[in-house]
Write a protein that binds this ligand. Structure first.
Ligand SMILES: Cc1ncc(COP(=O)(O)O)c(C=O)c1O
Length: 388
Protein backbone atom coordinates (compact mmCIF):
# COMPACT_ATOMS: atom_id res chain seq x y z
CA UNK A 1 0.00 0.00 0.00
CA UNK A 2 1.12 3.59 -0.60
CA UNK A 3 0.65 6.73 1.52
CA UNK A 4 -2.78 7.66 0.23
CA UNK A 5 -4.16 4.10 0.31
CA UNK A 6 -3.13 3.66 3.95
CA UNK A 7 -4.57 7.04 4.94
CA UNK A 8 -7.82 6.14 3.20
CA UNK A 9 -7.97 2.79 5.00
CA UNK A 10 -7.51 4.42 8.41
CA UNK A 11 -10.09 7.06 7.61
CA UNK A 12 -12.54 4.32 6.68
CA UNK A 13 -12.29 2.49 9.99
CA UNK A 14 -11.03 5.01 12.56
CA UNK A 15 -13.51 7.22 14.44
CA UNK A 16 -13.69 10.60 12.81
CA UNK A 17 -11.39 12.46 15.23
CA UNK A 18 -8.08 13.30 13.64
CA UNK A 19 -8.03 13.71 9.87
CA UNK A 20 -4.85 12.64 8.07
CA UNK A 21 -1.83 14.53 6.80
CA UNK A 22 -1.40 12.32 3.74
CA UNK A 23 1.55 10.15 4.69
CA UNK A 24 2.00 6.84 6.51
CA UNK A 25 5.06 6.55 8.73
CA UNK A 26 6.81 3.21 8.69
CA UNK A 27 10.08 3.54 10.60
CA UNK A 28 12.39 5.98 12.32
CA UNK A 29 16.01 6.40 13.36
CA UNK A 30 17.42 9.28 15.40
CA UNK A 31 15.64 12.51 14.32
CA UNK A 32 14.45 10.98 11.04
CA UNK A 33 11.31 9.09 10.03
CA UNK A 34 10.50 7.45 6.69
CA UNK A 35 7.11 7.10 5.06
CA UNK A 36 5.86 3.93 3.40
CA UNK A 37 7.06 5.19 0.02
CA UNK A 38 10.61 5.60 1.35
CA UNK A 39 10.69 9.40 1.70
CA UNK A 40 12.70 10.72 4.66
CA UNK A 41 11.56 13.53 7.02
CA UNK A 42 13.23 15.40 9.87
CA UNK A 43 10.82 14.85 12.73
CA UNK A 44 10.02 18.00 14.73
CA UNK A 45 6.55 16.66 15.46
CA UNK A 46 7.74 13.63 17.48
CA UNK A 47 4.16 12.46 18.13
CA UNK A 48 3.47 15.81 19.87
CA UNK A 49 6.68 15.81 21.85
CA UNK A 50 6.79 12.11 22.69
CA UNK A 51 9.88 10.77 20.90
CA UNK A 52 12.34 12.83 22.97
CA UNK A 53 15.18 10.35 22.38
CA UNK A 54 14.41 10.34 18.66
CA UNK A 55 13.44 7.04 17.09
CA UNK A 56 14.86 3.59 17.78
CA UNK A 57 17.32 4.92 20.36
CA UNK A 58 19.51 1.89 21.20
CA UNK A 59 19.26 2.37 25.00
CA UNK A 60 15.45 2.62 24.90
CA UNK A 61 15.06 -0.25 22.42
CA UNK A 62 17.31 -2.54 24.41
CA UNK A 63 15.56 -1.71 27.73
CA UNK A 64 12.18 -2.49 26.16
CA UNK A 65 13.40 -5.72 24.55
CA UNK A 66 14.99 -6.88 27.79
CA UNK A 67 11.92 -6.08 29.87
CA UNK A 68 9.50 -7.54 27.30
CA UNK A 69 11.24 -10.87 27.54
CA UNK A 70 11.41 -10.70 31.35
CA UNK A 71 8.02 -9.37 32.57
CA UNK A 72 5.58 -6.94 30.97
CA UNK A 73 2.82 -6.71 33.52
CA UNK A 74 3.03 -6.57 37.28
CA UNK A 75 0.09 -5.06 39.13
CA UNK A 76 1.09 -2.60 41.83
CA UNK A 77 0.36 -4.86 44.86
CA UNK A 78 3.44 -6.78 43.64
CA UNK A 79 6.69 -4.83 43.60
CA UNK A 80 9.02 -4.74 40.62
CA UNK A 81 12.64 -3.58 40.22
CA UNK A 82 12.04 -1.21 37.27
CA UNK A 83 8.96 0.39 38.83
CA UNK A 84 10.64 0.83 42.21
CA UNK A 85 13.59 2.51 40.50
CA UNK A 86 11.36 4.84 38.49
CA UNK A 87 9.23 5.81 41.51
CA UNK A 88 12.33 6.68 43.51
CA UNK A 89 13.84 8.71 40.65
CA UNK A 90 10.70 10.74 39.97
CA UNK A 91 10.28 11.47 43.65
CA UNK A 92 13.94 12.56 43.89
CA UNK A 93 13.57 14.77 40.80
CA UNK A 94 10.62 16.52 42.47
CA UNK A 95 13.13 17.37 45.16
CA UNK A 96 11.02 17.17 48.30
CA UNK A 97 9.58 14.13 50.09
CA UNK A 98 6.85 13.04 47.69
CA UNK A 99 4.73 10.20 46.36
CA UNK A 100 4.14 9.19 42.75
CA UNK A 101 1.12 7.74 40.95
CA UNK A 102 1.98 6.07 37.64
CA UNK A 103 -0.57 5.89 34.83
CA UNK A 104 -0.62 5.75 31.03
CA UNK A 105 -1.26 9.20 29.55
CA UNK A 106 -1.37 12.93 30.16
CA UNK A 107 -5.08 13.13 30.72
CA UNK A 108 -4.91 10.37 33.33
CA UNK A 109 -2.14 12.18 35.18
CA UNK A 110 -4.40 15.27 35.31
CA UNK A 111 -7.40 13.23 36.52
CA UNK A 112 -5.32 11.94 39.43
CA UNK A 113 -4.15 15.47 40.27
CA UNK A 114 -7.69 16.88 40.30
CA UNK A 115 -9.05 14.06 42.45
CA UNK A 116 -6.12 14.41 44.82
CA UNK A 117 -6.69 18.17 45.15
CA UNK A 118 -10.35 17.64 46.09
CA UNK A 119 -9.44 14.85 48.50
CA UNK A 120 -6.71 16.86 50.20
CA UNK A 121 -8.53 20.19 50.51
CA UNK A 122 -12.13 19.02 50.87
CA UNK A 123 -13.00 21.80 48.36
CA UNK A 124 -14.71 21.38 44.99
CA UNK A 125 -13.68 24.31 42.76
CA UNK A 126 -10.81 24.56 40.30
CA UNK A 127 -9.22 27.60 38.71
CA UNK A 128 -7.80 27.09 35.24
CA UNK A 129 -6.25 29.45 32.70
CA UNK A 130 -7.80 30.75 29.52
CA UNK A 131 -6.33 28.97 26.48
CA UNK A 132 -5.16 26.07 28.67
CA UNK A 133 -5.19 22.49 27.42
CA UNK A 134 -5.17 19.70 29.98
CA UNK A 135 -6.63 16.70 28.14
CA UNK A 136 -9.91 15.19 27.04
CA UNK A 137 -11.15 12.79 29.71
CA UNK A 138 -14.03 14.33 31.65
CA UNK A 139 -12.07 15.80 34.57
CA UNK A 140 -9.18 17.09 32.44
CA UNK A 141 -11.66 18.40 29.87
CA UNK A 142 -13.41 20.43 32.57
CA UNK A 143 -10.26 22.51 33.11
CA UNK A 144 -9.42 22.68 29.37
CA UNK A 145 -10.38 26.06 27.92
CA UNK A 146 -11.76 25.51 24.42
CA UNK A 147 -15.52 25.69 24.49
CA UNK A 148 -15.65 23.62 21.28
CA UNK A 149 -14.02 20.65 23.05
CA UNK A 150 -16.19 20.94 26.18
CA UNK A 151 -19.66 21.99 25.06
CA UNK A 152 -20.94 18.67 23.65
CA UNK A 153 -20.06 16.89 26.89
CA UNK A 154 -21.43 19.22 29.57
CA UNK A 155 -22.10 18.89 32.45
CA UNK A 156 -18.49 18.26 33.35
CA UNK A 157 -16.65 18.67 36.66
CA UNK A 158 -17.35 21.98 38.34
CA UNK A 159 -17.22 24.67 39.36
CA UNK A 160 -14.28 25.71 37.19
CA UNK A 161 -13.29 29.38 37.26
CA UNK A 162 -11.31 30.71 34.26
CA UNK A 163 -8.42 33.05 34.93
CA UNK A 164 -6.49 35.19 32.42
CA UNK A 165 -3.04 33.64 31.80
CA UNK A 166 -0.11 35.82 32.89
CA UNK A 167 -2.45 38.24 34.68
CA UNK A 168 -1.74 38.46 38.41
CA UNK A 169 -4.77 40.67 39.13
CA UNK A 170 -7.01 38.04 37.59
CA UNK A 171 -5.40 35.37 39.81
CA UNK A 172 -6.17 37.43 42.91
CA UNK A 173 -9.90 37.30 42.19
CA UNK A 174 -10.15 33.77 40.80
CA UNK A 175 -8.21 31.80 43.42
CA UNK A 176 -10.20 31.95 46.66
CA UNK A 177 -10.73 30.07 49.90
CA UNK A 178 -13.15 27.85 47.92
CA UNK A 179 -10.50 26.76 45.40
CA UNK A 180 -9.20 23.20 45.62
CA UNK A 181 -6.44 23.87 43.07
CA UNK A 182 -5.13 26.25 40.47
CA UNK A 183 -3.89 24.30 37.44
CA UNK A 184 -1.34 25.89 35.10
CA UNK A 185 0.95 24.93 32.24
CA UNK A 186 4.23 26.84 32.81
CA UNK A 187 4.28 27.24 29.02
CA UNK A 188 0.90 26.89 27.35
CA UNK A 189 1.42 24.32 24.62
CA UNK A 190 -1.74 23.84 22.59
CA UNK A 191 -2.56 27.47 23.45
CA UNK A 192 0.29 28.63 21.18
CA UNK A 193 3.59 28.09 23.10
CA UNK A 194 3.07 30.95 25.55
CA UNK A 195 5.53 30.99 28.46
CA UNK A 196 4.36 32.24 31.85
CA UNK A 197 6.29 35.19 33.23
CA UNK A 198 8.52 34.84 36.28
CA UNK A 199 6.29 37.17 38.30
CA UNK A 200 3.16 35.30 37.32
CA UNK A 201 4.36 31.84 38.43
CA UNK A 202 5.71 33.31 41.68
CA UNK A 203 2.41 35.09 42.33
CA UNK A 204 0.51 31.87 41.52
CA UNK A 205 2.58 30.01 44.13
CA UNK A 206 2.07 32.72 46.77
CA UNK A 207 -1.64 33.19 46.17
CA UNK A 208 -2.29 29.43 46.34
CA UNK A 209 -0.38 29.15 49.60
CA UNK A 210 -2.22 32.15 50.98
CA UNK A 211 -5.68 30.80 50.08
CA UNK A 212 -4.97 27.18 51.06
CA UNK A 213 -5.40 26.08 47.44
CA UNK A 214 -3.03 23.63 45.78
CA UNK A 215 -0.90 24.55 42.77
CA UNK A 216 -0.89 21.90 40.03
CA UNK A 217 1.66 22.26 37.23
CA UNK A 218 0.61 20.45 34.08
CA UNK A 219 3.99 19.47 32.67
CA UNK A 220 2.64 16.84 30.32
CA UNK A 221 4.21 18.74 27.40
CA UNK A 222 6.82 20.92 29.13
CA UNK A 223 8.18 18.23 31.45
CA UNK A 224 10.81 15.47 31.10
CA UNK A 225 13.38 18.04 29.96
CA UNK A 226 11.58 19.66 26.99
CA UNK A 227 12.49 23.21 28.14
CA UNK A 228 16.08 22.46 29.17
CA UNK A 229 15.24 21.71 32.81
CA UNK A 230 13.58 18.47 33.89
CA UNK A 231 10.49 20.36 35.08
CA UNK A 232 9.71 23.71 33.46
CA UNK A 233 8.63 25.12 36.85
CA UNK A 234 12.32 25.06 37.84
CA UNK A 235 12.86 28.08 35.55
CA UNK A 236 10.58 30.08 37.84
CA UNK A 237 12.15 29.23 41.20
CA UNK A 238 8.95 27.69 42.54
CA UNK A 239 7.67 24.20 43.29
CA UNK A 240 4.01 23.22 42.79
CA UNK A 241 2.17 20.90 45.18
CA UNK A 242 1.45 18.48 42.35
CA UNK A 243 3.14 18.00 38.98
CA UNK A 244 1.85 15.95 36.04
CA UNK A 245 4.08 14.27 33.45
CA UNK A 246 3.46 12.07 30.39
CA UNK A 247 4.40 12.41 26.68
CA UNK A 248 8.21 12.09 26.49
CA UNK A 249 8.77 10.27 29.77
CA UNK A 250 8.59 6.80 28.20
CA UNK A 251 10.41 7.78 24.99
CA UNK A 252 7.37 6.55 23.00
CA UNK A 253 5.94 3.95 25.38
CA UNK A 254 2.68 5.25 26.94
CA UNK A 255 3.20 6.45 30.51
CA UNK A 256 1.99 9.23 32.79
CA UNK A 257 2.96 10.27 36.30
CA UNK A 258 1.40 12.44 39.00
CA UNK A 259 3.87 13.51 41.69
CA UNK A 260 2.69 15.16 44.91
CA UNK A 261 4.48 16.26 48.04
CA UNK A 262 3.99 13.92 51.01
CA UNK A 263 1.57 16.30 52.75
CA UNK A 264 -0.62 16.45 49.65
CA UNK A 265 -0.56 12.76 48.63
CA UNK A 266 -3.74 12.05 50.59
CA UNK A 267 -5.19 9.07 48.70
CA UNK A 268 -6.08 6.05 50.78
CA UNK A 269 -6.10 2.50 49.34
CA UNK A 270 -8.25 1.99 46.22
CA UNK A 271 -9.42 5.61 46.03
CA UNK A 272 -7.57 5.72 42.73
CA UNK A 273 -5.77 3.23 40.52
CA UNK A 274 -4.95 1.95 37.04
CA UNK A 275 -4.57 -1.56 35.63
CA UNK A 276 -1.67 -0.67 33.34
CA UNK A 277 -0.19 2.16 35.43
CA UNK A 278 3.40 1.45 36.46
CA UNK A 279 3.78 -1.60 34.23
CA UNK A 280 7.39 -2.79 34.08
CA UNK A 281 7.65 -2.30 30.31
CA UNK A 282 6.82 1.43 30.51
CA UNK A 283 8.91 1.79 33.66
CA UNK A 284 11.94 0.21 31.96
CA UNK A 285 11.53 2.54 28.97
CA UNK A 286 11.26 5.57 31.27
CA UNK A 287 14.33 4.49 33.23
CA UNK A 288 16.28 4.20 29.95
CA UNK A 289 15.10 7.69 28.97
CA UNK A 290 16.16 9.15 32.33
CA UNK A 291 19.52 7.30 32.18
CA UNK A 292 20.18 8.71 28.71
CA UNK A 293 19.19 12.26 29.70
CA UNK A 294 21.72 12.05 32.54
CA UNK A 295 24.52 10.21 30.73
CA UNK A 296 24.42 12.35 27.58
CA UNK A 297 23.75 15.63 29.49
CA UNK A 298 20.71 16.22 27.33
CA UNK A 299 19.16 18.97 29.46
CA UNK A 300 22.16 21.20 28.77
CA UNK A 301 22.00 20.25 25.09
CA UNK A 302 18.28 21.11 24.85
CA UNK A 303 18.88 24.49 26.54
CA UNK A 304 21.84 25.39 24.30
CA UNK A 305 20.42 24.02 21.04
CA UNK A 306 17.02 25.56 21.77
CA UNK A 307 18.59 29.01 22.06
CA UNK A 308 20.69 28.31 18.95
CA UNK A 309 17.61 27.31 16.95
CA UNK A 310 15.46 30.23 18.10
CA UNK A 311 18.28 32.71 17.26
CA UNK A 312 18.77 31.06 13.89
CA UNK A 313 15.05 31.22 13.09
CA UNK A 314 14.86 34.89 14.12
CA UNK A 315 17.80 35.79 11.88
CA UNK A 316 16.55 33.75 8.94
CA UNK A 317 12.94 34.90 9.12
CA UNK A 318 13.18 38.53 10.29
CA UNK A 319 12.85 40.02 6.79
CA UNK A 320 9.82 37.90 5.79
CA UNK A 321 6.51 39.71 5.59
CA UNK A 322 4.50 36.68 6.81
CA UNK A 323 6.66 36.27 9.94
CA UNK A 324 5.57 37.64 13.32
CA UNK A 325 7.86 36.21 16.02
CA UNK A 326 9.76 33.24 17.45
CA UNK A 327 9.23 32.32 21.10
CA UNK A 328 9.63 29.35 23.39
CA UNK A 329 12.00 27.67 25.77
CA UNK A 330 14.49 24.90 24.99
CA UNK A 331 12.99 22.59 22.39
CA UNK A 332 9.44 23.93 22.71
CA UNK A 333 9.49 26.45 19.90
CA UNK A 334 6.81 28.56 18.21
CA UNK A 335 7.20 30.32 14.88
CA UNK A 336 4.22 32.66 14.87
CA UNK A 337 3.08 33.85 11.45
CA UNK A 338 0.75 36.56 10.22
CA UNK A 339 -1.04 33.93 8.15
CA UNK A 340 -2.71 30.59 8.92
CA UNK A 341 -0.09 27.89 9.61
CA UNK A 342 -1.87 25.16 7.65
CA UNK A 343 -0.27 25.84 4.27
CA UNK A 344 3.30 26.34 5.51
CA UNK A 345 2.94 23.10 7.50
CA UNK A 346 1.85 21.22 4.37
CA UNK A 347 4.72 22.79 2.40
CA UNK A 348 7.19 21.76 5.11
CA UNK A 349 5.93 18.19 4.93
CA UNK A 350 6.40 18.21 1.14
CA UNK A 351 9.99 19.36 1.70
CA UNK A 352 10.71 16.68 4.30
CA UNK A 353 10.12 18.44 7.64
CA UNK A 354 7.41 17.35 10.08
CA UNK A 355 6.13 20.11 12.38
CA UNK A 356 2.73 20.78 13.93
CA UNK A 357 0.37 23.65 14.65
CA UNK A 358 -0.33 25.29 18.04
CA UNK A 359 -3.35 27.48 17.51
CA UNK A 360 -4.08 28.81 14.03
CA UNK A 361 -1.01 30.86 13.15
CA UNK A 362 1.80 29.02 14.90
CA UNK A 363 4.20 26.47 13.43
CA UNK A 364 5.27 24.46 16.49
CA UNK A 365 8.60 22.63 16.63
CA UNK A 366 9.11 19.88 19.21
CA UNK A 367 12.38 18.29 18.05
CA UNK A 368 13.88 15.22 19.71
CA UNK A 369 16.59 16.07 22.23
CA UNK A 370 19.21 14.14 20.25
CA UNK A 371 18.75 16.14 17.01
CA UNK A 372 21.99 17.35 15.38
CA UNK A 373 22.78 21.00 14.70
CA UNK A 374 22.96 20.09 11.01
CA UNK A 375 19.33 18.95 11.09
CA UNK A 376 18.28 22.07 13.03
CA UNK A 377 19.97 24.22 10.35
CA UNK A 378 18.15 22.29 7.68
CA UNK A 379 14.78 22.76 9.44
CA UNK A 380 15.42 26.51 9.79
CA UNK A 381 16.30 26.92 6.13
CA UNK A 382 13.31 24.84 5.00
CA UNK A 383 11.01 27.04 7.11
CA UNK A 384 12.60 30.07 5.49
CA UNK A 385 11.86 28.58 2.03
CA UNK A 386 8.15 28.09 2.74
CA UNK A 387 7.48 31.49 4.37
CA UNK A 388 7.28 34.58 2.18
C1 LIG B 1 -0.33 20.28 28.58
C2 LIG B 1 -1.06 19.02 28.26
N1 LIG B 1 -1.79 18.42 29.21
C3 LIG B 1 -2.46 17.27 28.97
C4 LIG B 1 -2.44 16.68 27.72
C5 LIG B 1 -3.18 15.41 27.48
O1 LIG B 1 -2.28 14.34 27.28
P1 LIG B 1 -2.75 12.98 26.60
O2 LIG B 1 -3.03 13.28 25.17
O3 LIG B 1 -1.57 12.05 26.80
O4 LIG B 1 -3.94 12.51 27.33
C6 LIG B 1 -1.69 17.29 26.69
C7 LIG B 1 -1.68 16.70 25.33
O5 LIG B 1 -1.36 17.33 24.36
C8 LIG B 1 -0.99 18.48 26.97
O6 LIG B 1 -0.28 19.11 26.02
Amino acid sequence: MNNSELCAKELQYEMNLYGKRGIALERGEKEFVWDIEGKRYIDCNTGVGVAIMGHAHPAVVSAIQKQASALMTCQSPFANTERARLLERLSMLFGTPSKVFLCNSGTESIEAALKLARKKTGRKAFTAAMNAFHGRSSGALSVTFKEKYRAPFEPLLGPVVRTRFNDIESLKTTVTSETAALILEPIQGEGGIRPATQEYMKAARDICTDKGALLICDEVQTGSGRTGKFFAYEHFGIRPDIVCLAKGLGGGVPIGATIASDEVAAFTPLEHGSTFGGNPLAAAAANAVLDTIEKDKLLAKVAADGTYMMDKLRTTLSSKSQFREVRGMGFMIAVELKIMAREPLAALLQKGVLALPAGEQVVRLLPPYIISRGSLDSVASTISEVIQ
